[in-house]
Design a protein around this ligand. Structure first.
Ligand code: URA
Length: 224
């Protein structure tokens, strides 16, 4: 074989090993190269919030106190997406402010970022009664607004927190244990699922895995 080609193959193998080490286990083929999410130069988060209005698109409006739109930096490179508001979030109208939220704040700070530098949102914006799981029609009503938020912010990385977030964003029913720590694609944005902070409160021995995922996120942000 031509010496140049042998060298090229060797370089390619090294590069693929490196990607594997980063958790990238598949590459898109040419036809499937995802379009970069269309960043609207004119649309802002305020516009999306205005369009959402006093939303009554699903049944959760009857029991919620406050719509929890999301908060943080409109130009964030890292976005966290949880499941949906709990009691504290519903009362305050802000995402992740309860016990799980305090842990999320520590997780964010573990990679030397602050809540103000990232953007925090949820799959659904209204608290389900008794914190039950979100239902498919509720997720479907809310999804266009989350997608618009993502397209305005255009983060480099989305960290999907927990089963509902990861499965909804990636349109899969694969378990979070299998999804976590790996890299996926959503409209050209890297998605890394990890465990939900509320799960970590119940299973503190799993924090180490989240720490590994956060290190990977920090590395990707630094190399971007
Ligand atoms: N859990 C979530 O998934 N989101 C919040 O905002 C709070 C708790």
């Amino acid at each position: 074989m031509d010496e140049n080609i042998t060298e090229l193959i060797s370089d390619l193998r090294t590069y693929l090993e490196y990607l594997k080490g980063m958790g990238i286990t598949s590459l898109p083929v040419a036809e499937n190269v995802p379009e970069k999410a269309p960043r609207s130069e004119t649309l802002t988060l305020a516009d999306v919030r205005t369009e959402l209005g006093d939303c009554k698109r699903c049944k959760l409006h009857r029991t919620r106190k406050t719509i929890v739109f999301g908060e943080g930096n409109e130009k964030a490179t890292l976005m966290f997406i949880g499941e949906g508001p709990g009691y504290d979030e519903d009362m305050q109208g802000r995402p992740f402010v309860g016990r799980a939220g305090q842990l999320l704040t520590k997780i964010i700070e573990s990679i030397n970022l602050s809540r103000e530098e990232v953007y925090i949102a949820n799959i659904i914006k209204c608290r389900p009664p008794q914190n039950r799981n979100p239902e498919p029609d509720e997720i479907e009503s809310c999804n266009p607004f989350l997608m618009k938020q993502i397209r305005v912010i255009q983060p480099k990385i989305i960290c999907a927190l927990g089963t509902f977030s990861a499965q909804t964003l990636l349109k899969t029913d694969t378990k979070i244990t299998a999804l976590r720590g790996k890299l996926y694609d959503l409209e050209g944005i890297k998605v890394i699922p990890t465990y939900h902070p509320a799960f970590l409160l119940r299973n503190p021995e799993r924090k180490r895995e989240v720490w590994e995922d956060m290190k990977k996120i920090a590395e990707l942000l630094n190399n971007a």
